[in-house]
Ligand binder design. Structure first.
Ligand SMILES: [Zn+2]
Ligand SMILES: [Zn+2]
Length: 146
């Protein structure tokens, strides 16, 4: 991914964290940067393995809790993948996801036709729907189609 985009995301993250009044530690920035550097929607463990290269004392629990905190504050989003652990996304622009049922790869889906489903602003039961994101599933090219 383009370094300028990563840096832009990191700067925005720092600004938003300050606005929210949460501490911006080098370790937190490192965790965010790992997530912002990829569009692979990594799991906590994958981020942890990368961070461990330069923060050898960090624990998986710390990474897990940090990501959870970021998610609660709306700094990142979580992609819930069936049969798998939570996967995280630093990309907060509206988009959908497709998951490979074989290798569990998660990719972004941008498709205008999916943005125009007649769901938003509808009232469903007790809810007024304000937005939605779809999680599609299928088998990716490298896993074959059978
Ligand atoms: Zn696959
Ligand atoms: Zn995404």
């Amino acid at each position: 991914m383009n370094k300028a985009i990563i840096q832009e995301r990191v700067n925005e993250f720092i600004d938003r964290s300050k606005d929210l009044g949460i501490k911006v530690t080098p370790q937190r920035i490192a965790i965010y940067r790992e997530l912002a550097s990829t569009d692979q929607h990594p799991s906590t463990e994958i981020i942890y393995k990368k961070i461990k290269d330069y923060y050898p004392n960090i624990s998986l629990t710390t990474v897990y809790r940090t990501l959870e905190t970021f998610e609660k504050l709306g700094l990142i989003s979580v992609v819930n993948v069936l049969y798998n652990a939570a996967r995280y996304d630093a990309n907060l622009s509206p988009h959908h996801h497709i998951v490979c049922t074989e290798c569990k790869k998660v990719e972004d889906v941008y498709d205008d036709s999916l943005n125009n489903l007649d769901i938003s602003n509808k009232t469903l039961g007790d809810y007024k729907v304000e937005g939605y994101s779809l999680l599609l599933s299928g088998v990716c090219k490298s896993c074959g189609s059978n």
